[in-house]
Design a protein around this ligand. Structure first.
Ligand code: FEO
Length: 393
């Protein structure tokens, strides 16, 4: 746990979860995570978000100490339980408190946590609340990454509380962000897995944030930014339409055929000055794969045929690609079969429609021979031309 006064009477409460290794039973957390809440002490004491239910005992203890025994409002920027999960306990311990949330937020909180509606107060987009000596503004920011999300701004202290937005899964002893490669990587992993599917919404919210006069960004996961430009610039890049001269190759190989194809193909891309990122799906961390999808211009899926279709690991990767909705411009498939099947159609049927050009696949029968390597070379050449058309190299 890390507690620090950010500005006078505004306290950050960062509960570290050092050992957590999986989020939503899906997302690997190599560096754990944190659940951050913020307490504003004024004529009205306001708690911004809470903590994960697993931290409730410690969180309530800290809150009682810090608040002097009075919480008037609990701002719920986001109803997901890692931030809202302690609200029922806070309402119980601080009997005069009420929850502030968006219209949809109240609706979700009453269903997910059975919070009585009479203890909730809906706020409209842009509505302000005076806490005494400062004003809080509530701004609807839907799809960060749920429909009810809002961000709260302490206008007078110039602190933004964006909940999940700008977060990072990084347990650390530091309260403020060390703007280094490790943090960049954690924030990018977080963006890839949580925010990327909603890139267009996030882009709008980013413009909203850029128009505010903000000195500190206090998210609900990871360290606090007293240099907001670090994370805002990173987000500007990630949500933009620009892609990089990279080819991501998620693949799986059963008897070595696809592995040989990938090995040849990767070398061919590298020779052409293209950054190749192969991911063996039997060993890869899906967070690493998701991160690589943030920028790559091209994805090439590699799969053998199992029974009559693609390998289940390749199906999983294709599904992940579809739901994460990266800004990838070109996609292709390389793979193999023994005696037949419908692997290629099964994979291409799963691909999202829209601004994604499918390049000619390379499917071989058995082990690849010289004509197959030639086809892979041609695919690499096509990718080179496509990347050149986008001025990526
Ligand atoms: Fe950190 Fe969407 O919860």
């Amino acid at each position: 746990m890390v507690i620090r006064e950010i500005t006078k009477n505004v306290h950050g409460i960062i509960m570290n979860d050092w050992d957590r290794r999986l989020f939503d039973e899906l997302i690997p957390l190599p560096d754990g995570t944190t659940y951050n809440a913020y307490l504003i002490k004024d004529e009205k004491n306001v708690l911004v978000d809470t903590s994960d239910p697993s931290k409730s005992e410690k969180f309530i203890r800290v809150l009682k100490d810090l608040s002097g025994g009075r919480i008037d409002y609990i701002v719920s920027n986001h109803s997901e339980q890692d931030h809202s999960g302690c609200i029922p306990r806070v309402l119980e311990e601080f009997s005069g408190s009420r929850v502030i949330a968006s219209d949809k937020g109240v609706s979700l909180l009453t269903k997910l946590l059975h919070i009585p509606e009479e203890r909730c107060m809906k706020v409209a987009d842009g509505e302000e609340l005076s806490t005494g000596s400062r004003r809080l503004r509530f701004m609807y920011a839907p799809w960060v990454h749920w429909p009810e999300t809002m961000i709260t701004c302490d206008i007078d202290d110039r602190i933004l509380f964006p909940c999940d937005l700008f977060g990072s899964h990084l347990a650390t002893s530091s309260f403020y962000a060390s703007c280094n490669e490790r943090l960049y990587s954690s924030a990018k992993r977080y963006y890839a897995e949580i925010m990327m599917p909603f890139r267009n919404n996030i882009r709008k919210h980013l413009r909203l944030v850029e128009n505010l006069d903000i000195g500190i960004i206090a998210p609900s996961h990871g360290p606090v930014y007293n240099n907001p430009d670090f994370i805002v610039s990173a987000y500007r890049d990630w949500v933009s339409d620009s892609v990089k001269n990279e080819v991501v190759i998620p693949y799986v190989s059963m008897h070595g055929s696809v592995a040989r194809m990938v090995d040849f193909f990767v070398d061919s891309l590298i020779r052409k000055g293209i950054e190749a990122k192969p991911f063996n799906l039997t060993a890869t961390d899906v967070g690493e794969l998701a991160m690589s999808l943030v920028d790559a211009a091209t994805v090439v899926l590699g799969t053998p045929t199992v029974l009559t279709g693609p390998h289940p690991s390749a199906v999983y990767a294709t599904y992940l690609f579809k739901v994460l909705r990266p800004k990838t411009r070109f996609i292709s498939v390389i793979g193999s079969f023994g005696w037949g099947g419908n692997m290629l159609k099964s994979i291409t049927d799963m691909l999202p429609s829209g601004n994604l050009e499918i390049l000619s696949p390379v499917i071989v029968n058995g082990y690849p021979g010289n004509p197959d390597f030639e086809s892979l070379e041609n695919l690499a050449k096509t990718i080179l031309e496509k990347h050149k058309e986008l001025n990526l190299l």
